[in-house]
Design a protein around this ligand. Structure first.
Ligand SMILES: Cc1cc2nc3c(=O)[nH]c(=O)nc-3n(C[C@H](O)[C@H](O)[C@H](O)COP(=O)(O)OP(=O)(O)OC[C@H]3O[C@@H](n4cnc5c(N)ncnc54)[C@H](O)[C@@H]3O)c2cc1C
Length: 500
């Protein structure tokens, strides 16, 4: 008789962290028949995206957008509106009502109905298959670390003694700050800077490098910054923060520019948005030889940690810190851990968007990335001010940039403009589906839509070829076309060409 020597674990898979990555793995694994444990530290599932990230920030941005529209009613041919100041408690109420609506989808009851056992608490690995939690031991064949990230509080003189806020607090403030200094100019910072600025806060953004949104091409990032400057947001670029001081009702930030000149800025609130650090503390990874560094847990391209049966997905890996990246990685983990089909990550066409107004969306390589990779490229652009719908909407700032490689294959697309994130979705399909540019350029798009800009930029690549002198000559030769019927003279007068 053969003995079954397989170790008998409590669960097929155990997941630490109930955010975008963890919930994707948990629901998928349970629905595929795996006995699944999900451990979450907080009392509610949903993670950063739902409680202090994407959902509250996009809700706040929408509220600020409406208030901004009201203030600018005359630009739309409407009467001027006398507006009372914003009551942030009402804004907060709206934010939390959106969160609680979505929360139902991420409730413990729903996950239990899918077959997932949810435990609340702070787990620690006691060995590579077991965690200790609330005085109990839980073992699993595979584990997934999906504990996300937290705002990084850098070591700046005085910062730890100066009350400051992060994305954890900003959506629950009891009043709108009169003024705010934001440290850092990444996506979280600029989105919040514009939203709070529009609601009535005097906002200053401090950035160490020479541009905001430093991963983006400078021309596109500057487009966002210029709109924000026109709305009253102040930027200090090439500036480092020397120290902060708590002055009671006000907080002070001492900054230094490239010439070494110091300056003191004061505001009611300081928002720290200087990057993220991985939620590793207390997991006991050092006990089980799972390697990690300052950025996150190290993984291979199948998202396996240095213990092959322990995976990591989402912000904890320190790679692409987006909800859709976390969901994608959750799917990769499912493929590897449950289906046992080796699946590798591929971020070539991972899109993202910064939800400022105008939005800035990107897929594939931008000029910065292509230059860094030493790839030859050409750039094709179209401006929103040439798009009829943009003009009708009164949203004319921005452009689309399409990068082609030497073989004229698309490397990437960036869109700065109204609803750029939505417009990018057509490129998600085109690039992932390897659709020919000629198909996009010849496909009929409804008029008047912003999306016509996608078709048009693809068309700009073909038009010099179609309308070339060579083609014209050929047509003239074969079909005896007679050529121009009108000529605009140098002085702008319309005149007849003395044609033959
Ligand atoms: C202000 C802001 C705006 C954002 N806007 C966008 C956006 O518009 N679009 C976008 O794609 N992304 C956005 N993001 C990023 C997005 O929120 C994250 O990339 C996403 O939440 C990552 O998912 P995750 O599952 O890795 O981590 P999380 O969603 O943070 O989930 C991790 C979970 O693990 C739990 N946890 C932590 N430690 C432990 C522990 N020791 N034990 C058990 N559980 C633990 C946490 O409580 C949390 O529930 C934004 C982020 C912020 C801060």
């Amino acid at each position: 008789m053969r003995r079954n020597t397989m170790p008998n674990y409590d669960f097929d898979i155990g997941i630490l962290g109930g955010g975008a990555a963890g919930l994707t793995v948990a629901s998928g694994a349970a629905q595929l028949g795996a006995k699944t444990l999900l451990v979450e530290k907080e009392n509610e599932l949903g993670g950063d995206c739902l409680h202090s990230g994407c959902v509250p920030s996009k809700t706040l941005i929408r509220t600020a957008h409406v208030y901004h529209f009201m203030k600018n009613s005359t630009a739309f041919g409407l009467p001027a509106v006398e507006l009372p100041p914003v009551d942030y408690r009402e804004v907060r109420k709206r934010i939390h009502s959106v969160i609680s609506t979505i929360q139902k989808h991420d409730s413990e009851e729903r996950f239990c109905s899918l077959g997932v056992k949810v435990e609340i608490g702070s787990p620690t690995f006691s060995d590579e298959h077991t965690v200790l939690l609330n005085g109990n031991k839980y073992s699993a064949k595979n584990w997934v670390i999906a504990t996300g990230s937290s705002p990084d509080i850098p070591t700046i003189d005085g910062l730890h003694k100066t009350p400051c806020i992060t994305n954890k607090d900003i959506f629950s403030l009891d009043h709108l700050p009169k003024s705010m200094i934001i440290l850092g100019a990444g996506p979280i910072s600029v989105e919040m800077a514009q939203a709070f600025g529009r609601l009535g806060t005097k906002v200053i953004v401090i950035q160490r490098s020479g541009q905001i949104l430093s991963k983006e091409d400078k021309d596109m990032a500057d487009g966002v910054m210029n709109v924000m400057i026109s709305e009253g947001v102040l930027f200090y670029l090439n500036t480092s923060v020397i120290r902060t001081n708590d002055l009671g009702a006000e907080k002070e930030v001492v900054i230094k520019n490239l010439d070494g000149k110091e300056m003191r800025l004061k505001a009611e609130a300081i928002l720290v948005a200087m990057g993220r650090s991985p939620n590793i503390e207390g997991l006991g990874l050092e006990n089980i030889r799972v390697e990690f560094d300052r950025k996150g847990v190290m993984v291979d391209n199948r998202l396996r940690t240095t213990q092959k049966h322990i995976y990591a997905a989402g912000d904890i890996t320190g790679k692409y810190q987006f909800t859709h990246a976390a969901g994608y990685e959750g799917g990769i983990v499912l493929g590897n851990a449950i289906f046992h089909v080796p699946r590798k990550t591929d971020y070539t066409f991972l899109p993202w968007c910064t939800y400022t107004d105008p939005e800035l969306a990107s897929i594939g390589m931008n000029e910065k990335a292509a230059k860094a990779a030493g790839i030859e490229y050409s750039v094709w652009t179209e401006e929103f001010k040439e798009n009829d719908r943009s003009l009708a909407e009164g949203e004319i700032v921005g452009k689309i940039k399409m990068l082609l490689d030497e073989k004229e294959k698309p490397l990437g697309v960036q869109i700065l403009g109204p609803q750029a994130g939505e417009l990018l979705n057509e490129w998600v399909a085109v690039l992932n589906g390897k659709v020919k540019l000629s198909s996009l350029a010849s496909a009929v798009h409804p008029y008047p839509t912003l999306g016509e800009i996608n078709k048009k930029v693809a068309g700009t690549y073909f038009s010099p070829k179609i309308f070339s002198g060579k083609v014209k000559k050929g047509l003239k030769f074969f079909f005896h076309l007679k050529g121009r019927a009108c000529e605009l003279r140098e002085n702008g007068v319309i005149g007849e060409k003395p044609w033959k």
